[in-house]
Design a protein around this ligand. Sequence first.
Ligand code: BES
Ligand code: MG
Ligand code: ZN
Length: 511
Amino acid sequence: MSLFTHMSFVLFLLLCLNGFIQGLVLGVYEKQPDNEGIRLTEAAAAFDSSISGKLSEMLTISGPLLKKGKSRTFYGLHQDFPSVVVVGLGKSSTGVCGKENWDNCKESIRAAVSVGCRQLQDLEVAHVEVDPCGDGQSAAEGAVLGLFEYDEFKTKKKVRVTTQPYGSVDSAAWQKGVLYGDGQNLARRLMEAPANHITPTAFANTIEQKLSPFAHKVAVHKRPQCWIESEQMGAFLSVSKGSEEPPVFLELHYKGSLDSAQPPLVLVGKGITFDSGGISLKPSSGMDAMRADMGGAATVCSALVTAAALKLPINIIGLAPLCENMPSGKANKPGDVVRAKNGKTIQVDNTDAEGRLILADALCYAHSFKPRAIINAATLTGAVDVALGSAAAGVFTNSDWLWERLQKASIVTGDRVWRMPLFQHYTKQITENALADLNNVGKYSRSGGACTAAAFLREFVTADHWAHLDIAGVMTNKDEIPYLRKGMSGRPTRTLVEFIHFVQNSDLFSN
Ligand code: BES
Ligand code: MG
Ligand code: ZN
């Protein structure tokens, strides 16, 4: 360590000891072949001139220019900011990329800001000012998503970092980014939480509590088992009866539109708080991940909470059948036949294909609200992970209108979707091999598993605009998404929120 860096570090420590722990994250673009020197963002340039060019001087002498996502930390540059992290944003000119189906600029900002904020969190800096990098929303998302860590059950927790934009910024955009990030983090928290803590009842209570600030526009119904029975949701009950934990059918009404009679958008989420597979028991290795099998419920409920926080002028109903899938003397047995709410009978050949059973009844019920559109999200099949991995959620839809808007939304958020087929080919495979109207698994069991599951759900849909998002592949993050730490991803909450944002004033949702 050079004498200068050493002294800076001592200064940094002294400032920290004084309780003045504040950090700054700034962006720098990658050098273009035709320009010389450093290309700072507007905010970084302003900071640089406030300290007479010291930052660019330090950047030049401290080594090669920063590549995208790489960072360098400087101590003692400015008395208000004992530590400053400069992060590479990549090339400044790139925007929406047709091949990648996302906005390179936004993704770079999210990634860079998250790197910078985490760096400062590791230094135990409790308050961070963030360069909006010309896009306050993406910067705020990067900060809020990047700093999230699930440490509810750890005695030693990471420093809680508060963030605010540095310099001039469109504060509405920043605030919107914070809400988008918070929404996804709520879904992450619910998904990551152990199944003995997030039971169906605890899930419903958590969402109810999150919606309490918006009580004037929101109604929450936590439907108990007797209600589920009276609704004749035989498919849902056949799954829940294997567990000691009582099921809950969570029903949320958000009345955002001035016209309270406006037909709603109905969001439906698979809410299996633990999927052991039931009698068709899963292998024990990795089974703990099945605490996140309520990811559909978590993302749609979090999207509804976020829509309420953003005061979006649209009516939304959120539905989540919540239960465990467990083996027991009362559990579904392979070959059992059950009857769904719409009267269709289902042979349950594999008790591990339980998501489609609980969604069948929830989709039937969704139609009772005469919705303009129905979107369901479910960690439904391992097969969609085989098909797409964690790059995108698989979308199966009967509506080009919905597809177009979901895809557009996902380009903005970077949390991508990819369209999958709903051919009759797959429908045949779940109708031709049953004692009943339907079989819960396709007759060529593994082939096209995500598609046969979607074909099964379609048997419970009569709405003109319906989309099923199979989110099993995007359920977890290892290191693919740089601005999410390892763990449950909360994807695609932001895409759902952005979609709602898009359609709130569309022809379908205005009268
Ligand atoms: N919850 C699982 C799907 C899943 C797998 C989600 C991996 C997340 C990660 C679902 O209930 C399930 O078990 N599906 C079976 C269906 C099969 C029995 C037809 C599967 O994918 O193996
Ligand atoms: Mg299963
Ligand atoms: Zn499942």
